[in-house]
Design a protein around this ligand. Structure first.
Ligand SMILES: Nc1ncnc2c1ncn2[C@@H]1O[C@H](COP(=O)(O)OP(=O)(O)OP(=O)(O)O)[C@@H](O)[C@H]1O
Ligand SMILES: [Mg+2]
Length: 440
């Protein structure tokens, strides 16, 4: 009898222990899901505000990557050397010198991060109370490989919460988020938005960081501050050293504190030496090809039909085009840039276009600064999407804009136009080779 009672008690004890184990496993799995990297994590109702960043509050360790995957994924230096071996890159002493820094950042990002609560929003923090890895600010003149190196960091980073953004669309997204979001009482709007972005991007790769007006300057500055508080690691590329950002801008003093925040959270790496790789790859071409001598001939070569004028609807604005066929667009500079069009309309065009021809570009002196700036914005967007472009101007590309407030920005655009013109020549060769590069 006693034995039966003892056996039953033992069985009950074992069942209880098993139940506890199952319950613990279930709770851990639930916590892990709650701390996963989906955007919805941060958009949910924030918890009670906390006085200070507390490393353990509201978060269970949520390793971002399985250990096995971490070991196998190549570091940026390895990716770079693979591209060298494949002949896609050529050795560049400055780039080679910076590879250990890139590897260091990626290695630091491979450490597990956890989600916690700070001032009512979810933030990232490292396990073991380590500081969040400091980011990188790659700066230098055009075509030095900054974006390419940033892409290596992005590709080698195993965390799923990573994003690569481009200045113009990102600012637009930020403005939309500012309009759409209503943070709970007591939660700062910018911190709330930063927390949303952080949930999607523990690593934020920000291509072409620049500040051109006081509205952007203040918005970007406040966002950066909030992003760093949310534990985001920033990797930025820019043509300006941090201390020169928004150099000539109005009320620059108000932006200065943000430069300090930026330099406190990123390591600035100068890639200014050396040549523009876009020009040393045979991108400049001599264009003796008859099809490239005039816009109408090029339009026919690309589309197989003669151009007919029509109007194109860009987000509700009618823009006169010289011809549109099979998503090949031909505009005059004045119709496209010398009027009140902006990022929204140009993004629409870039979304529609397979290739673009812009003719009649005059010499762009200081009196045409606004139109020139629009062209620069358009080229940035086209370049980001690698849309082939051919410009027909009254002077060679590099001499179209040599003075005035936009001259520096234009030099970068000129470098890009060379590369996009190269893509167009390649497409043309493909069309003639029967590959129908301009079809669809
Ligand atoms: N070492 C290299 N060898 C060959 N090509 C390179 C090398 N580095 C960069 N490139 C190529 O040069 C072009 C320009 O590089 P990238 O866009 O990274 O320059 P960037 O510094 O970001 O320029 P920008 O300031 O205009 O944004 C790209 O097509 C890139 O693949
Ligand atoms: Mg770049």
């Amino acid at each position: 009898m006693k034995l039966t009672i003892l056996t039953t008690a033992l069985i009950l004890l074992l069942v209880a222990v098993a139940l506890v184990i199952v319950l613990v496993l279930f709770l851990r799995a639930r916590n892990r899901n709650a701390n996963a990297t989906s955007p919805s994590t941060a958009t949910g109702a924030p918890r009670q505000p906390e006085p200070a960043l507390s490393p353990t509050a509201g978060a269970a360790p949520a390793p971002m990557t399985p250990a096995a995957a971490r070991e196998t994924l190549p570091l940026p230096s390895r990716l770079y050397h693979e591209l060298l071996e494949e002949g896609q890159l050529r050795p560049d002493p400055d780039q080679l010198a910076v590879l250990p820094v890139l590897d260091g950042l990626v290695t630091a990002l491979r450490q597990p991060a956890v989600r916690g609560i700070w001032r009512g929003v979810e933030v990232w923090r490292m396990g073991d109370q380590r500081p969040v890895p400091g980011g990188l600010y790659l700066f230098g003149s055009v075509g030095r490989g900054k974006s390419m190196l940033m892409q290596l960091i992005f590709d080698a980073t195993e965390v799923t919460a990573k994003r690569r953004v481009h200045f113009q669309p990102f600012m637009r997204e930020l403005q939309e988020r500012m309009h759409q979001n209503r943070p709970p009482p007591g939660v700062d709007l910018m911190l709330f938005i930063a927390s949303q972005i952080a949930a999607e991007a523990r690593l934020l790769c920000f291509d072409e960081f620049c500040v051109t007006n006081i509205a952007d300057a203040m918005l970007l500055g406040r966002l950066l501050e909030a992003l760093f508080k949310c534990g985001v690691t920033l990797c930025a590329t820019s043509n300006w050293p941090p201390e020169d950002l928004y150099q000539e801008g109005m009320n620059r003093g108000r932006f200065m504190p943000f430069i300090k925040i930026l330099t406190d959270h990123t390591r600035a790496v100068n890639l200014s030496q050396g040549a523009d790789w876009r020009r040393s790859q045979g991108n400049e071409g001599d264009d003796t090809d008859a099809a490239l001598a005039a816009p109408d001939a090029l339009f026919i070569a690309l589309t197989g039909v003669a151009a007919e004028p029509l109007h194109v609807d860009l987000q509700g604005t009618e823009v006169a085009a010289n011809g549109v066929h099979k998503r090949i667009f031909w505009f005059d500079f004045n119709a496209l840039c010398d009027r009140a069009l902006g990022v929204i309309e140009y993004m629409e065009l870039v979304g529609q276009a397979k290739a673009l021809i812009i003719s009649g570009v005059p010499v762009l002196g200081p009196e045409r600064a606004d139109a020139t700036m629009r062209l620069v914005v358009l080229i940035d967007l086209l370049y980001e999407s690698r849309i082939p472009l051919r410009i027909f101007g009254t002077a060679p590309l590099d001499q179209l804009c040599t003075s005035g407030p936009v001259a520096f920005a234009f030099q970068r655009s000129a470098s890009r136009m060379h590369e996009l013109a190269f893509l167009l020549r390649q497409g043309l060769a493909g069309t003639r080779g029967g590959e129908a590069a301009a079809s669809g």
